[in-house]
Design a protein around this ligand. Structure first.
Ligand SMILES: [Zn+2]
Length: 109
């Protein structure tokens, strides 16, 4: 299950989104289906370490950042809450977020 990360910063004209400390990031496909699978590659929960999680927003495939939880909960009807992230995927995602010019620790919990 290869993870092909193509991240994009989500642009939006909705006014509440301009108040986000960290813009939404679109991650493209998410393989994880069961609640505790790694959300990126879909590895089952017994094979991944549960050290990390992501705040999935906008109905799926997008992540929100730290400090924006309340704003997201109040405004985003597609708030999907928290999903697990395996540690090897966390490393890949960290690099990809850095490449966008954003801070990975603002997104990987
Ligand atoms: Zn994974």
């Amino acid at each position: 299950m290869a993870v092909n990360l193509k991240l994009k910063i989500v642009e939006s004209s909705e006014s509440w989104r301009k108040e986000l400390k960290n813009p939404y990031i679109d991650m493209g496909n998410m393989e994880g289906e069961a609640e505790n699978d790694c959300v990126l590659c879909g590895k089952p929960s017994n094979k991944v370490h549960h050290r990390y999680s992501l705040h999935i927003v906008d109905g799926g495939g997008r992540i929100g950042g730290r400090g924006d939880e309340e704003l997201i909960e109040m405004n985003d009807s597609g708030d999907m809450y928290w999903f697990s992230l395996g540690s090897s995927c966390a490393k890949k995602l960290e690099k990809a977020i850095k490449d966008l010019g954003l801070n990975p620790s603002s997104y990987i919990y």
